[in-house]
Design a protein around this ligand. Structure first.
Ligand SMILES: [Zn+2]
Length: 92
């Protein structure tokens, strides 16, 4: 049988648990803000980096990219420079 924890050990364990909870909540909040931000960008239909349009990449659920993303043959306008914006509107 395990020995009883001392008050100090109990307090230490509670503090660690609270720290883990705070960290998990912060991650969940950052994740929520990220998806909210991408959803508002997608709703606007405009790339936040270059002002081009956006298109959905059907390979993965919720994946959106700038129309100028990637190699020239993938871009809406191959003459215009490429843009690296992409985002997810929901967890994969
Ligand atoms: Zn762009």
């Amino acid at each position: 049988m395990r020995r009883k924890m001392t008050p100090f050990e109990k307090a230490e364990r509670a503090a660690k648990r609270a720290a883990r909870r705070t960290e998990a909540e912060a991650k969940a909040e950052a994740s929520r803000r990220y998806y909210e931000n991408v959803r508002s960008i997608v709703a606007s239909g405009v790339c936040p980096l270059c002002g081009a349009g956006l298109r959905r990449n059907m390979a993965l659920l919720g994946w959106w990219q700038c129309e100028q993303y990637g190699a020239p043959e993938w871009r809406k306008n191959p003459e215009a420079p490429d843009c690296g914006w992409q985002g997810f509107t929901c967890p994969m």
